[in-house]
Ligand binder design. Structure first.
Ligand code: C5P
Length: 402
């Protein structure tokens, strides 16, 4: 992916042990297509050298407002004017306090103060000991910085370099990257609640066996991520998959279709959009055995009988909230042939305004896909692309329909 192609960042490092993570973050930004100008405070240079950051960013690092490399001797103006964002990672407690007061006694804080506030967003990745993070002064500073227009990227929790455990670690570079990419996406679903089902279901035969399918959950997880990037409050009800949870969403793990229905229905009461991407098993064994079914020596396999599972999408689509159009329902159809006809028929049968068709065997487990959007007026194809890209286009399409 090149989600940051064409974007230019000033990556500012203030003093903290998390400076070692800034090297990896710099690399990650560049891999995603961005260009990076590193600026370091004197304190940061105690933790990591400018040589490292210069090699990774492929640009000389700035550290002083008196740097004579700038012909007009104004690096604080020049560097901040060409940036799409200033990202301070790590942002120490002391540096937050400085920003709060608009101090400007070294290059990085001077540059933050001198930035055109409407054009160059300021993103902060705090990093500090848990007591420093929890201190009322720091919490007060963070709230005020947010009120002043800074975007706080949050902190991680866990083991700290000082030996203590708690909140205040800098987020890991992949987490920061996901949040930075999300920051730049248009907020088409701001204030909306989006509910997504994803993955397969697992229908138990006995305690060690069951029936499932090849759905990887990737499309549904990408939709959940894209909806969150678009500013929505997202809940993801996931069948058994081994995918990391996208940042900033609520995930509810379930196993069977009945579990999925139980988890989904209460959430649907307050959602504005429901996207059913899950490949829910159509049938489950009529009764799951409490004990592992053993071979009985007769050479005859056990006879399984099946019961039809509840149709989660159709049930939600019949709810009063969906009927009153307060909840917009989107179904998926994985077909093997005649995609357009099958998708249109399924849309009518499920009673949903929008159905998204795809060719099942071509998408299960893959990182890319192609989608066919079917509504009562006709259809539109979104050509083959990464699932995240498709998810963003689908989210934009849904946002227009609300
Ligand atoms: O009927 P079919 O499984 O092809 O329909 C696919 C759509 O219906 C998907 O959106 C899927 O998530 C949803 N579905 C469901 N509950 C089921 C079966 C399918 O929500 N039991």
């Amino acid at each position: 992916m090149n989600d940051l192609a064409g974007r230019h960042f000033v990556l500012g490092l203030s003093g903290g042990i998390a400076c070692y993570k800034a090297a990896e973050l710099c690399r990650a930004l560049i891999k995603e297509g961005a260009t990076v100008q590193v600026v370091m405070t004197e304190a940061a240079e105690h933790f990591i050298t400018a040589v490292t950051m210069q090699a990774l960013s492929n640009r000389p690092v700035y550290g002083s407002q008196w740097d004579s490399r700038e012909p007009n001797n104004m690096p604080h103006i020049n560097l901040s004017r060409e940036a799409d964002a200033i990202l301070i990672a790590p942002c120490s407690a002391d540096f937050m306090a400085k920003l709060l007061h608009g101090r400007a006694d070294e290059l990085l804080s001077l540059m933050c103060l001198a930035r055109p506030i409407d054009k160059v967003p300021l993103l902060l990745a705090p990093a500090m000991n848990r007591e420093m993070w929890a201190h009322p002064a720091t919490q007060r500073n963070m709230m005020q910085l947010a009120a002043d227009g800074a975007h706080i990227l949050g902190v991680g929790s866990g083991f700290q370099a000082c030996g203590e455990t708690g909140d205040g670690r800098m987020l890991e570079p992949p987490e920061l990257l996901e949040d930075i990419i999300a920051f730049f996406q248009p907020k088409l679903l701001a204030g909306k609640r989006v509910l997504v089902t994803a993955g397969p279901t697992f229908e138990a035969i006995d305690p060690v066996r069951g029936i499932t399918n090849r759905s990887s959950g990737k499309m549904g997880f990408a939709i959940a991520r894209a909806a969150r990037e678009a500013g929505a409050d997202v809940t993801l009800v996931a069948g058994p998959v081994s995918l990391p949870t996208p940042r900033g969403i609520t995930r509810i793990d379930v196993r069977s279709a009945e579990d999925m229905l139980r988890a989904t229905m209460p959430q649907a009461q307050s959602a504005d959009v429901f996207v059913a991407t899950a490949a829910v098993a159509d049938w489950r064994p009529a009764s799951a055995s409490d004990h592992k079914i053993k071979k009985d020596g007769s050479g005859k396999p056990p006879e399984l009988t099946f019961t039809e599972n509840p149709d989660i999408l159709a049930t939600v689509a019949q709810s009063a909230r969906a009927k009153s159009a307060a909840l917009f329902c989107v179904g998926f159809a994985a077909e093997s042939h005649d995609l357009a006809a099958n998708a249109q028929a399924k849309r009518v049968r499920k009673g949903v305004p929008l159905l998204v068709g795809n060719i099942g065997p071509a998408t299960f487990g893959a990182d890319d896909n192609a989608l066919l959007l079917v509504d009562d007026k006709g259809m539109r194809e979104i050509p083959r692309a990464s699932k995240l890209q498709l998810a963003r286009e689908l989210v934009a399409d849904i946002a227009q329909r609300l």
